[in-house]
Design a protein around this ligand. Structure first.
Ligand code: NDP
Length: 315
């Protein structure tokens, strides 16, 4: 049996698929984590983690014989991929299987903000309707929508925007061979559109890509949707822009200090908040779990993983 360190929760289905091949040690169940790592760290060859927990530094340092990390999620900004690649450790993640779900979450937030769905629900429940009609809202039809990060999920978001007869604009590090309109900076993209959706990876490279300048460029009728990582948006600048009416509203699935959400955001009627549920359906989590498991079993069989992160593809 190969020793596997499990960081964060896994589903019973994942556990069942791994239990007869791996000796699973659950990090958060350990009474004395440091003592356990000091005594057993060198036995660990595999880690199963997720995008939220990544691999903490004490674990990375205490596992000299680590060979593979399989992460239950596509975003791996919580894992120091270059450092692991330099150690020859393969990192696998779960791309593609969640594209539709996250793109649907974008649609849900966009509709919720533009059409006032959450506020209207409260209005209907409270009986306020008996005193008068709900105010008119803004249509999502035929909008100019900017995608910040036209990758796997961004492409699916573009497909959905077309269903609403929208005009797709984007900014990525590189220009793509697509019919959509490219802009060479986040600010130029924001200036050109009415709705801006952030769907880049997190991490230092994209930190505060959406800043005060970008929000100002989006303008007083503009809506920001963030389904990427909390770090991609300067949250203080976002709160200031919403309070000053520099943008019209926001739909947020992710936050800088999640699960903590700033009180100012909670108090705003023109903001819709979700608890990081972009991929959180039974169906998609099952597909992600299956891929996470397949990566570990494939590594066990012949040392390869099905879906390595780009930094590890040469290994
Ligand atoms: P991809 O790698 O396919 O796409 C990422 C896109 O971001 C690419 O277009 C890339 O540009 C662009 N990008 C990267 N860095 C920059 C930068 N510095 N400036 C501008 N653009 C940049 O990733 P996915 O579409 O699969 O996933 C994207 C992210 O979505 C994940 O990393 C994760 O953080 C988030 N996510 C959130 C979920 C949620 O629950 N809310 C669920 C799943 C994912 P280029 O193509 O030019 O390299």
């Amino acid at each position: 049996m190969t020793d596997l360190l499990q960081i964060g929760g896994i589903t019973p289905r994942m556990e069942a698929a791994l239990a007869d091949r791996f000796d699973i040690h659950v990090l958060f169940d350990l009474e004395d984590r440091q003592a356990w790592l000091a005594e057993n760290g060198d036995r660990i060859e595999a880690i199963l983690t997720n995008g939220h927990h990544g691999v903490p530094e004490d674990v990375a340092l205490a596992t000299p014989n680590l060979k593979v990390v399989s992460s239950y999620g596509v975003g791996y900004d919580a894992i120091d991929a270059p450092a692991f690649a330099a150690r020859g450790i393969k990192i696998a993640h779960t791309p593609d299987v969640l594209n539709d779900e996250v793109a649907d979450t974008f649609v849900a937030l966009w509709l919720a903000v533009s059409r006032g769905i959450v506020v209207a629900d409260r209005f209907a429940r409270s009986g306020a309707w008996e005193d008068g009609a709900f105010p008119l809202t803004r249509s999502v039809q035929k909008r100019r929508v900017g995608i910040l990060g036209l990758g796997r999920i961004g492409e699916e978001i573009a497909n959905r925007i077309k269903c609403f007869r929208g005009d797709v604009h984007y900014h990525s590090r590189s220009r793509k061979d697509v019919d959509y309109t490219y802009h060479d900076s986040p600010a130029a993209l924001a200036e050109a559109v009415e709705v801006l959706v952030a769907i880049t990876p997190g991490g230092p490279e994209t930190e505060h890509l959406v800043n005060a300048e970008v929000l100002k460029a989006l303008g007083p009728e503009g809506i920001l949707i963030n389904v990427s990582r909390g770090s991609v948006v300067d949250e203080a600048a976002l709160i200031a822009a919403l309070q000053a009416g520099e943008i019209a509203g926001a739909g947020l699935d992710v936050f800088a200090e999640e699960p903590k959400i700033p009180q100012a955001l909670k108090e705003m009627e023109n903001v819709v908040l979700l608890p990081h549920v972009g991929s959180a359906t039974h169906e998609t989590r099952a597909a992600m779990g299956d891929l996470t498991v397949r990566n570990l079993l494939s590594w066990l069989k012949d040392g390869s993983v099905e879906t390595p992160v780009p930094e590890c593809r040469h290994l």
